[in-house]
Design a binder for this molecule. Sequence first.
Ligand SMILES: Nc1ncnc2c1ncn2[C@@H]1O[C@H](COP(=O)(O)OP(=O)(O)OP(=O)(O)O)[C@@H](O)[C@H]1O
Ligand SMILES: [Mg+2]
Length: 319
Amino acid sequence: MSGKVDLPNSIEETLTLLSSGGYLADRALATVLHLSLRMQRPLFLEGEAGVGKTEIAKVLAATLNRPLVRLQCYEGLDISSAVYEWNYAAQMVEIRMAEAAGSVDRENLNTALYSPRFLIKRPVLQALETTELGAPIFLIDELDRTDEAFEAFLLEVLADSQVTIPELGTIKSEEPPITIITTNRTREIHDALKRRCLYHWVDYPTAERELQIVQTKLPTAAATLSAQVVAFVQKLREDEALFKKPGVAETLDWATALTELQEVALDPEMVSDTLGVLLKYQEDIDRIKGSRTRAILDEIRMEANSQATIAGSMPAQTV
Ligand SMILES: Nc1ncnc2c1ncn2[C@@H]1O[C@H](COP(=O)(O)OP(=O)(O)OP(=O)(O)O)[C@@H](O)[C@H]1O
Ligand SMILES: [Mg+2]
């Protein structure tokens, strides 16, 4: 894709834009995203792991044809990794060259050393650079992993799209970046920061949407397999007391693994043997494998048969 892509003008257009990038959003998410684009406000996405929070920013960058600037947060993230750093090595070379050339004008040298030429731009500064394609997509990923001091610093960036560098002054973007903040809610984010954003809880998808996601991302999977995988995962999320519920990412991984093994439908033994793709705690695997797997498979077959009967088609054909 080349050239500037206009922002969507409606919720419908937002849904279409996302689906053109392979992202199937529900209407509530498309609505809040549409508003955040129109109102130029950051979008704050909270939700369990693997429900598609990070993916939204990636798909937006791809479909709007804008650079993606990603700030991956972690404990101890500091200004020099997140915002800017002076290129000390290059500054030293400059000093040596000035000394070798003879008389050194300290004031001029100082100004030269702290000019943009020696500035290493980290994600926050990169996000403030508008290109001819428009403002970049600024993904602040897993904000809950940073500390509160960094969160406080982000307030200035989010509120005014600017940062202050003592030696250079204030750098302000022409157009605010399209900012997506994600968190897994391992700790609460301050209200002051949330107040500057539009908020959305990204939930697990409905069975219908999850099946569409699998069919879109994995068109080669057998139809029965995809339907059973989704039904199985939905049952795990709804009915089982798991330590960690599988996200959409795990559903896709499982469907991919079973397709790789040339399975066209779920059978109890294969499910038990591949549960490690879906569940990541031994306690959860122990709970589900064997008799529980057989019971869940019976339930989903019965439900599929009764749905097929209601629909007036032959039972036992779809799932
Ligand atoms: N609605 C959706 N449409 C299409 N793909 C989706 C959707 N939701 C999730 N996915 C897929 O699920 C995978 C995981 O999504 P993503 O990495 O964005 O999750 P996350 O919420 O950021 O998880 P974490 O909190 O662990 O970082 C991606 O590969 C993405 O393709
Ligand atoms: Mg993520």
